[in-house]
Design a protein around this ligand. Structure first.
Ligand SMILES: [Zn+2]
Length: 308
């Protein structure tokens, strides 16, 4: 404990999905084949739960309804061990490809199902591949309408597949102050926001960079960060489907073997807790957060160009 760099709490989060459900695999493993593909997610989540127990860390598990339906006991273990159960949508369909009615059905169905299986209220949502941005900000209103209290679905950075670089870097009020959006943790460097909150970036950069960046956010900016990773990232033995592009192979498989030791170091170097506790003030009173003009809730609910 004495080696911890800062006493500020950060949020640890896991996006509970299997390796073949990531957006980049969509062209290679069809949804209709999901049920005949052997699942590895439960075994990997069990390892994560053991790791968190070992380090006495509580976290938030953004879980697919599809996975919860197949592994209810895993969901119940997540809850029983004191972690927060949250929603990652039903089957990893990116929000920016859904019509408002489809999105509303998806988030309501997932919330109700997780609550039924887990026996707890579900307050948080994370869109597949951070797929809420300037073209579908109506989704934030839909989340508030469905009873969610917070979202962690916007990446305030530039990326080829997602991102809204003009979004605030820290929690802001969405849906007319009814919902807190807690964006991906980033650090501005050389004129652009760099993702320092997990995913492929954490595996790409040396660990020392990630530690430096998170420490800087905690100490200099006096803000809590949040970190995200996926069960398949600690599973170097996962099957490798044919036909992936070079870019997808690079992003998905880079440094998988280094992930678990790095993660263990991260658990030691910082203090972690569940999203709903680290950001409790923001979630309890989102109307008091900064409210960017684009999030003022004036959308017509039909999607398209609102807020662009
Ligand atoms: Zn995901």
């Amino acid at each position: 404990m004495s080696e911890q760099l800062d006493t500020r709490l950060n949020a640890m989060t896991v996006d509970v999905e299997d390796y073949f459900q990531v957006s980049a695999f969509e062209p290679h493993i069809r949804r209709v084949d999901w049920d005949t593909t052997p699942l590895r997610v439960q075994a990997n989540v069990e390892r994560i739960l053991d790791l968190f127990a070992e380090h006495d860390v509580k976290a938030t598990f953004f879980t697919l309804g599809w996975v919860a339906q197949r592994h209810p006991a895993m969901v119940q273990r997540i809850v029983a061990e004191g972690h927060e159960l949250a929603s990652h949508g039903w089957e990893h369909i990116r929000a920016n490809t859904q019509r408002p009615a489809e999105f509303a059905d998806d988030i309501r169905r997932t919330k109700a199902f997780l609550e039924d299986v887990g026996g707890v209220a579900v307050q948080g949502y994370r869109a597949a591949s951070y797929s809420i941005g300037r073209d579908n900000l109506w989704a934030l209103d839909a989340l508030a309408d469905a009873g969610y209290r917070y979202s962690s679905s916007i990446a305030p950075l530039r990326h080829d597949l997602y991102g809204m670089p003009e979004a605030p870097r820290f929690a802001f009020a969405a849906a007319s102050g009814r919902l807190a959006e807690i964006p991906v943790t980033t650090l501005p460097l050389a004129g652009r926001n760099i993702n320092c909150g997990g995913g492929g970036w954490f595996r790409l950069f040396p660990y020392a960079f990630s530690r430096w960046a998170l420490r800087r956010i905690n100490e200099r900016e006096q803000q809590s960060a949040h970190f995200y990773f996926h069960p398949w990232e600690i599973d170097p033995q996962q099957p490798r489907p044919d036909g992936l592009t070079a870019r997808t192979r690079f992003r998905h498989y880079l440094n998988l073997k280094r992930m678990q030791p790095r993660l263990q170091q991260l658990l030691v170097d910082f203090r972690w807790d569940r999203m709903d506790r680290v950001f409790a003030d923001a979630i309890a009173a989102p109307a008091g957060l900064q409210q960017p003009a684009f999030a003022a809730g004036q959308f017509d609910g039909l999607g398209g160009s609102a807020g662009a």
